[in-house]
Write a protein that binds this ligand. Sequence first.
Ligand SMILES: Nc1nc2c(ncn2[C@@H]2O[C@H](COP(=O)(O)OP(=O)(O)OP(=O)(O)O)[C@@H](O)[C@H]2O)c(=O)[nH]1
Length: 589
Amino acid sequence: MEEFPLDVIRNFSIIAHIDHGKSTLADRLLELTGTIKKKETGKNEQVLDKLKVERERGITVKAQTASMVHSSNGKSHLLNLIDTPGHVDFAWEVSRSLAACQGALLLVDASQGVQAQSISVFHIAKERGLTIIPVLNKIDLPAAQPERIAAQMQSTFGINPADILSISAKTGKGVESVLQAVIDRIPAPQSDKNAPAKAFLFDSLYDRYRGVISLVNIQNGILRKGDKIASCHTRKKYEIAEIGIMYPEEVSTDILCPGQVGYIACNMKESSEAHIGDTLHRVGEPVPPMPGFKPSKAMVYAGIFPVDSSDFPKLEESIKRLTLTDRSTLHMDVFRQRLEDEYDANIIITAPTVPYKVLYRDGTEKFISNPTEFPDMSDSTTKVSEIQEPIVKASIIVPEEYFGDMMELCYSRRAEELDHRYLDAGSDASSSRIILTCVIPLSEIVTDFFDQLKSRSSGFASFDYEDAGYQKSDLAKMVFLLNGKPVDALALIVHRSAQDTIGRAWVKKLHKVIPRQLFEVPIQAAIGKKVIARETLSANRADVTAGLYGGHYERKLKHLENQKEGKKRLKRIGTVDLPQEAFFDILKR
Ligand SMILES: Nc1nc2c(ncn2[C@@H]2O[C@H](COP(=O)(O)OP(=O)(O)OP(=O)(O)O)[C@@H](O)[C@H]2O)c(=O)[nH]1
């Protein structure tokens, strides 16, 4: 590692909208530099998308990092690719990965053009002061329109078309020029070899045998195997048991020098010990921590139950492991699938909720993310003065013909401050695209908003959002009662304007999925003490008159009367079993 001084090191990321070819390009770069073997043609199995869920869904969830060595002008360069996730819900992971880079390849699909996430990742990179190399990908596609998309990049990002590289990550065309541009255009990291060692922790992995593996960028100084280090954040001390680079798997080097990127295994056992954004230093040589780094903030919550309640300890352990590598706000579906795939957990996840802010008359405030703790605003003795909900600023890019549908969707989700403009200035109207921005409650987009957006635009709309703080809102807790008993896992927080629609829809759904019992079961949706919707599940009546033939009318009646009495008793003591499948069906939405 000592053979790679600062001036031959480049730390960079690939940033792109989902599916624009980030993983494919990463693979080509690793192949070109001989880091991985070239695969047989026809196979396009991406190396950096390691997890099964990523392969199945074709999205990168977990950022992966790899080092490469490439010769240029007779000099060996150490190129550290810091992979960023390409999904709308992972803006925070993108931001923290970029903190370890000096430059980024902004990859745009030459057939699809600039999309919502191209814009958001561009801004994150720009804010961090990174050098941006614009790259047009998929120029091999017949539908590619490189000139038009280049003009779009110029009008949207202020990029000079002459700086744009045109490539096909699939065929490999032009990829060599990308490596050269990384070396020529991206500045080497700045770092002081003689200053006390300082490492920035930007990601972590979990290894069953070695525990937590931290991915670090050496800001100053040198770290070696055996060094005693400490965390600025937790003040805990560790000894470096193993240190090396990702090539693309872990290769131990026993040393990491200034500006370099690699991994450290230092017997951290608990997931909670590796804080993304933390700064590590040598024991006895304290350093100021990296500034301006926002800790992760959970914005979506859900309850998780094992299907078999004896699995609680196992589930708890699985979640601990999983949250070690994915602490950011994960897409709920991805989280559930990963939990099931990697840890064999059979689970139920409740409807997602967001953290609401409750303001009290005495001036105090509290965040509530569990619907069961939500205050009853209809209670006249309430000490609550106001409830606020998190809102986001959303941008949607969509071809003009779907604009009306998108407006409708946004309005149905309580969007405000809608605004729009054309993305391609002066282009022909038939293929114009519009960027629509609005302010929308977070709770309205955490479930099926993205699916709706895609299906109502035939897949053409792209979407991204950023935090926009809190706003006062007229919200209430809706509970569902089965046979008069509230079911905690089904409690919801709803906006008053939608309470009747939601209440009716949910009791209907419950009515459909709950199997009939031996007694009649009322299914009610209530807000405070007020029932706002009801369905009745009729009893599964055993035919007590089946064996009675002929005209014994009175006997029949007597049997039926007896049966009624019995049912009354059953109902009084009876509780309704809600089968697991019923939960799944309801919460699927
Ligand atoms: N024709 C063509 N297809 C490409 C090219 N680059 C990537 N693709 C295809 O585009 C699809 C998406 O590519 P990925 O590399 O998985 O995209 P990604 O940006 O990594 O997606 P995420 O991991 O979800 O962020 C795949 O089917 C690739 O085979 C290219 O240059 N030409």
